[in-house]
Design a protein around this ligand. Structure first.
Ligand code: CMX
Length: 133
């Protein structure tokens, strides 16, 4: 793992949380992007070497909608950048972690991504990601 690439935070309304995080971080939201496959609308902030990703659900079947229903707003996942996502998925599987995808999928911010089930990582949803070149 190279670094924490971003921290994902589930929010009810980006229209409320974007100005809140702009004030908190004292930096503008630099990008918003809808990810149809995940049924989410995202908003990104740079914070030094890492990013904050706010996530609003765009449909009832979204993982974010389910998370908000169950737990309410808050930290949703930590994403680690990797150099070779296929090799890292193989390594993590061999170490006993449970991958939520068999092959990487396209995520926000031009990335290939894969999630690990939180039940096998101390209740923390982990994403690994790699830039699509
Ligand atoms: N962090 C920690 N625990 C979580 C969690 C999260 N983000 N989301 C769910 N859980 C917990 C649930 O509370 C539940 O705990 P209990 O068994 O103690 O009740 C457990 O994980 C399993 O939950 P589940 O009801 O069996 O399954 P869900 O339908 O809630 O799915 C998960 C959970 C992680 C498998 C699903 O959310 C998933 O596949 N996530 C990956 C994709 C994703 O999160 N996409 C949105 C972000 C996209 C982006 O960043 O662009």
């Amino acid at each position: 793992m190279l670094r924490v690439e971003h921290i994902g935070i589930a929010v009810n309304k980006l229209s409320v949380s974007i100005p809140l995080f702009e004030k908190l971080l004292n930096t503008p939201c630099y990008k918003q992007e809808e990810v149809d496959s995940e049924q989410v609308q995202t908003a990104f902030f740079r914070q030094g070497e890492t990013k904050i990703e706010l996530l609003e659900a765009t449909g009832p079947d979204s993982a974010i909608a389910k998370f908000l229903d169950k737990k309410g707003e808050g930290m949703h996942h930590i994403a680690f950048e990797v150099t070779d996502i296929y090799a890292e998925m193989k390594r993590l599987q061999e170490e006993g972690f449970v991958l939520l995808q068999e092959t990487p999928k396209k995520g926000a911010d031009n990335k290939l991504i894969c999630f690990l089930h939180p039940k096998h990582s101390n209740g923390v949803l982990i994403e690994i990601c790699q830039d699509i070149k």
